[in-house]
Design a binder for this molecule. Structure first.
Ligand code: PHE
Length: 411
């Protein structure tokens, strides 16, 4: 009996050893194909203004991000690991953006962050992200200072000097504007940066800035500024800022008899621009990240999928949210390990990423080098007018860059 038991135990041991060896082999094989097999999901943190005064910015970007992440997960995630998106609403407040970074990093253990959509909130958030060494990529914050915070801070969009120079060139060459007025929001770094760059490029290109004035975000009356601008008889008025103020200013300008062409920046991109500005904003032009009239196959497919999912048309923020999530996923796939430092390095190595907003190249300051779109407001629709590439507006004086007869490439 004892002998029999011994034999049986021996037999069991053999089975056990074989089973153990098998399991070890399997786990070695798995860990070879996926060095981060202990991670069952990759947490990506998102923070944006889902409510508050600029809720249309945050909601649009959020919808684009969600669509992209769904697609990534449907096609196998990041080398087999699904992405889990954790979103925090900043309510349009800077302090909430800083807090969101901390929460997403510490509590949710996010491996990377997407946010914020606006410049001033992104700047505050970037300081926390850099300090915590967590990669942060903003889809749409264009003020130069953001990525200067440090090597963990990236953006998928172009920067303001580029969009301001493009508008100056477009005004001079396409619209033949000779005299321009500039009305800036002194509470906004974004607006101030755009105004300065526009003035510099417009005057360098041979135009004259005949009036400069200012307002503060949240203002409702602009009579003094409009009287001042009206007296200078400009052909066009550059109003860099957000749709909320741009819409109100446009109405008051028209009411006070000013018919000059209005020029704006990407912050005009909201369905609310026409709701606030009504017919007063018709015929205005602004620089943007995307146009639904882009006929490139990739862009058209995105518009189709977005419409199908949300029963609405994507704006520039939605397209940028989509591209940012895909760009981050591409970096996650290439990252040597799933830790903050490796992901930061993979993001920095982004090269010729083909998005729905165009080809994205990240420069040494982690800013995207990519094409820009100019649209014309036509009721609730923003019509594609032209697009330009960074090479169309080098830092050399505009006058020397192209002959006056040359028009920007129409794509
Ligand atoms: N570029 C704006 C900023 O930096 C944000 C924005 C982008 C708003 C695109 C609307 C559309 O604050």
């Amino acid at each position: 009996m004892a002998l029999f038991r011994l034999r049986l135990d021996k037999g069991n041991d053999m089975v056990r050893i074989a089973l153990l060896t098998f399991l070890v082999l399997i786990s070695v094989a798995c860990s070879k194909s996926n060095p981060d097999s202990k991670i069952s999901e990759i947490v990506v943190g998102e923070f944006s203004s889902l409510t508050g005064p600029q809720s249309s910015f945050g909601k649009s970007a959020h919808n684009g991000i969600k669509l992209a992440i769904e697609e990534i997960n449907e096609s196998g995630g990041v080398n087999g690991i699904p992405i889990k998106l954790v979103s925090i609403d900043t309510k349009g407040l800077a302090e909430n953006s800083a807090q969101a970074v901390e929460t997403l990093a510490k509590k949710n253990k996010a491996l990377a962050l997407i946010g914020e959509v606006a410049s001033h909130r992104s700047l505050v958030a970037a300081q926390v992200a850099q300090q915590m060494s967590i990669p942060m990529i903003t889809p749409t914050a264009t003020a130069v200072s953001i990525t200067n915070v440090g090597d963990y801070i990236f953006r998928a969009c172009y920067i303001d000097p580029f969009q301001a120079k493009v508008m100056a060139k477009f005004a001079l060459e396409n619209l033949k504007v000779k005299k321009a007025a500039v009305l800036r929001d002194v509470k906004s770094e974004y607006s101030k940066g755009l105004a300065e760059n526009f003035i510099e490029a417009f005057e360098r290109g041979g135009g004259k800035v005949v009036a400069e004035d200012q307002f503060s975000s949240g203002d409702i009356g602009f009579t003094d500024q409009i009287n001042h601008i009206r007296a200078s008889k400009p052909d066009a008025i550059y109003i860099p800022g957000y749709y909320s103020e741009a819409g109100k200013i446009a109405r008051q300008l028209r009411k006070m008899g000013v018919q000059a062409t209005l020029l704006g920046s990407d912050g005009w991109d909201s369905e609310k621009l026409f709701k606030i500005g009504t017919v007063s904003v018709n015929g205005s032009y602004f620089t943007n990240h995307f146009s639904v009239q882009n006929t490139e196959e990739k862009s058209a497919e995105f518009v189709r999928k977005f419409r199908e999912k949300y029963k609405s048309t994507p704006d520039g923020l939605a397209a940028m949210g989509y591209d940012t999530a895909l760009l981050l996923a591409a970096a996650l796939k290439k990252s040597s390990a799933l830790d903050h430092k490796s992901i930061k390095e993979a993001l920095a190595a982004t090269d010729n990423f083909l998005g729905v907003t165009g080809k994205i190249q990240l420069d040494e300051n982690r800013n995207a080098i990519k094409p820009i779109v100019i649209v014309k407001v036509d009721g609730p629709v923003n019509r594609f007018v032209t697009s330009m590439n960074p090479s169309d507006v080098p830092s050399a004086p505009l006058k020397e860059m192209t002959s006056a007869s040359e028009t920007p490439s129409l794509q």
